[in-house]
Design a protein around this ligand. Sequence first.
Ligand SMILES: Cc1cc2nc3c(=O)[nH]c(=O)nc-3n(C[C@H](O)[C@H](O)[C@H](O)COP(=O)(O)O)c2cc1C
Length: 161
Amino acid sequence: MSKTLVVYFSRTGEQYSVGNILRGNTAIVAEIIAQKTGGDMFEIKVVNDNYPTAYMALTDFAKKEKQQQARPEIVGGVDNIDEYDTVFVGYPNWWGDMPMPVYTFLEKYDLSDKKVYNFCTHEGSGGVHKDDFALHGHVAQNYRAQTEKEVSAWLNKINIL
Ligand SMILES: Cc1cc2nc3c(=O)[nH]c(=O)nc-3n(C[C@H](O)[C@H](O)[C@H](O)COP(=O)(O)O)c2cc1C
């Protein structure tokens, strides 16, 4: 039996082109993937979360974190990681990169024997490798039907659905 895990990092608060959001753009995509695959979800959250909720302040904060190659400690973990054979890893594009807590997660677990697919949301720079998925954050936030359709098309393309 194939078992799927959807790991993601996502922020609420003020985000680019969507105003103040209560559910993160990437979180919305993660939820749709989990629904369609029957997968479990794990949200990467940092211990002592100091990320600003104002957009400009968040970009400054994230830039410093990237410059420092910080590895913020994350809350909890996936105890039964061995049970999963397929892992989706989702994040917002931050400065052309993954947010540093996603690195913390990826350095903590050996996923080398699993099928790993990345997905990201972004607002313009969504270039991805073959088999990965990128979507504009404001589309995920505001256009549910389109988002579901694009996620389904991707899952079909990679032979998950
Ligand atoms: C710190 C920060 C850096 C960002 N850098 C980029 C970028 O380099 N390219 C881009 O297209 N979007 C960038 N964005 C926009 C986000 O990728 C986009 O708004 C995303 O959908 C936010 O997802 P979330 O709500 O799941 O956190 C950035 C946003 C933040 C907060």
